[in-house]
Design a protein. Sequence first.
Length: 85
Amino acid sequence: EVVTAVVDLSDIRSFRASTPSRGRQAANSRTVAVVPVSFQMTGCEEAPTGPMKETILLPEQEIAYGPACWMWDYLRRSGGGGYFL
């Protein structure tokens, strides 16, 4: 499954500023200059995506994902670039 999203950085900035502890931290940080450009980095003109619906798996489905997660974790920890079947 491939999931793509368009992220609006100004929404993230305003969300982080709305949290009191992060608001104080953000008030002490340097401001980042916004540079308007006449092109898009992604080439898409889609609107930002909304929240995704949470998917709750059945116990059998969670167990089915176990070996793949273990293999990914093993390769990540060992520094391996892949595996051969």
